[in-house]
Ligand binder design. Structure first.
Ligand SMILES: Nc1ncnc2c1ncn2[C@@H]1O[C@H](COP(=O)(O)OP(=O)(O)O)[C@@H](O)[C@H]1O
Ligand SMILES: [Mg+2]
Length: 218
């Protein structure tokens, strides 16, 4: 287990707002990300939309290796995701939060815990501490989990599957359970929504929760 690292000096209280969208592919992360981006922009906030893996130039290359290559050894996979995340946080997310922007990331640390920890044979706590080390402890102010069944996720994704999406439904069921367990462990940092509801209804639930967070302009 990696030792905890000292907090990063940029993570003082007076920074921007860091939001993560999590959930299986097809859950509606991109849809909700767009609605959320527009909501903040209408309120005059600068918004940085980003995603993992691949939210930086280096990350785009790592993403290619991860999602479209052949078999990747589980520990190599966990390290590559963590390397992508370390670089993404250092070059994209922390600078934006330092400017006071809203950062909306499509997937973050919990995806590693859920996919590498629950879906494969690595210990979830080890995967989590690896990623926390990589990002010097930066966790979102709010993580929105779009909860969807493996069957519906598969139906919404259509015929296009990358290496992880192509895993059987049992894998996706373990991933789903892990997202829910992470949310239950620190509920003050999470909003779990039923991804089968109408996109506008989901957005309303997200906004209602955001309005209770410090740093959000109503
Ligand atoms: N709440 C919803 N109800 C029904 N369909 C949805 C909902 N949210 C998204 N979709 C549709 O499901 C598909 C996947 O949505 P998307 O936002 O791309 O998911 P993700 O980014 O999580 O993979 C798209 O065709 C989208 O229009
Ligand atoms: Mg998407």
């Amino acid at each position: 287990m990696l030792p905890p690292t000292a907090p990063h000096p940029d993570d003082a209280p007076s920074r921007g707002l860091f939001l993560a969208l999590e959930g299986g592919d097809g859950a509606g992360k991109s849809t909700q990300g767009r609605l959320l981006r527009d909501w903040f922009r209408e309120r005059g906030r600068e918004v940085v939309m980003t995603h993992e893996p691949g939210g930086s130039a280096l990350g785009t290359q790592i993403r290619q290796l991860l999602l479209h290559g052949d078999h990747v050894a589980p520990r190599a996979e966990a390290l590559l995701f963590a390397a992508d995340r370390a670089h993404h946080v250092e070059t994209v997310i922390r600078p934006a939060l330092h400017r006071g922007d809203v950062v909306i990331t499509d997937r973050y640390l919990d995806s590693s815990v859920a996919y590498q920890g629950a879906g494969r044979d690595l210990d979830a706590d080890e995967v989590r501490s690896l990623s926390l080390w990589a990002v010097q402890g930066l966790v979102p102010d709010l993580t929105i989990v779009l909860d969807i069944s493996p069957e519906l996720g598969r139906a919404r994704r259509g015929a296009v599957h990358d290496r992880l999406e192509a895993e059987p439904d049992g894998f996706h069921a373990r991933v789903r359970a892990r997202f829910l367990a992470l949310a239950a462990a620190t509920p003050e940092r999470y909003l779990v929504v039923d991804a089968t509801e109408d996109p506008d209804q989901i957005h309303d639930q997200v906004v209602a929760r955001l309005e209770t967070l410090v740093g959000v302009t109503p």
